[in-house]
Design a protein around this ligand. Structure first.
Ligand code: CTP
Length: 138
């Protein structure tokens, strides 16, 4: 049994998130997604549009996700890797190099982000003129 884990806020769930989950799930037999709580996001200076419970509900509904857990603090990852017997920690390459220290516990992989989409971009585009994000990029 090969279990994969990833972490993130996953606000305004979009196809970049789906593709990340799909690729991670294909690396093993089970995918655990740790979703940042609102309190943890506040510590990071980040505010999500959807609450933790709403984001967790949406992420859990994705066919590539087997389990959702809350991420409440920075030091949690090493404990989760031991607790859930994780084979691979995976995250987008906007975090490249940031979690290399976890490689003593499991494989660490950084996956290329899907281009031209992010929760921030969706928020900015809607706040700007309400046009679809792909139209504003033309
Ligand atoms: N991700 C991705 N491709 C995208 C957007 C995000 O692969 N186009 C990945 C990130 O690399 C990360 C995970 O999805 O591993 C969660 O990222 P998150 O920050 O929640 O999503 P973003 O859309 O990047 O949100 P924000 O703009 O708030 O940073």
């Amino acid at each position: 049994m090969k279990t994969i884990i990833t972490y993130g806020t996953f606000d305004l769930f979009h196809y970049g998130h789906v593709r990340l989950f799909k690729r991670l799930r294909a690396m093993g037999d089970k995918l655990i997604v740790a979703v940042s709580t609102d309190e943890f996001n506040a510590l990071k200076g980040k505010a999500a549009f959807f609450s933790y419970l709403q984001r967790a509900e949406i992420v859990e509904a994705c066919q590539y996700v087997d389990m959702v857990i809350p991420e409440t603090h920075w030091g949690q990852k090493a404990k989760d890797i031991c607790k859930y017997d994780i084979s691979t920690f995976g995250i987008g390459d906007d975090w490249k190099g940031e979690f290399d220290e976890l490689s003593v516990l499991c494989d660490v992989v950084y996956l290329g982000r899907t281009g031209e989409i992010s929760s921030t971009e969706i928020k900015n585009s809607l706040a700007d003129n309400g046009a679809p994000a792909n139209e504003t990029r033309k």
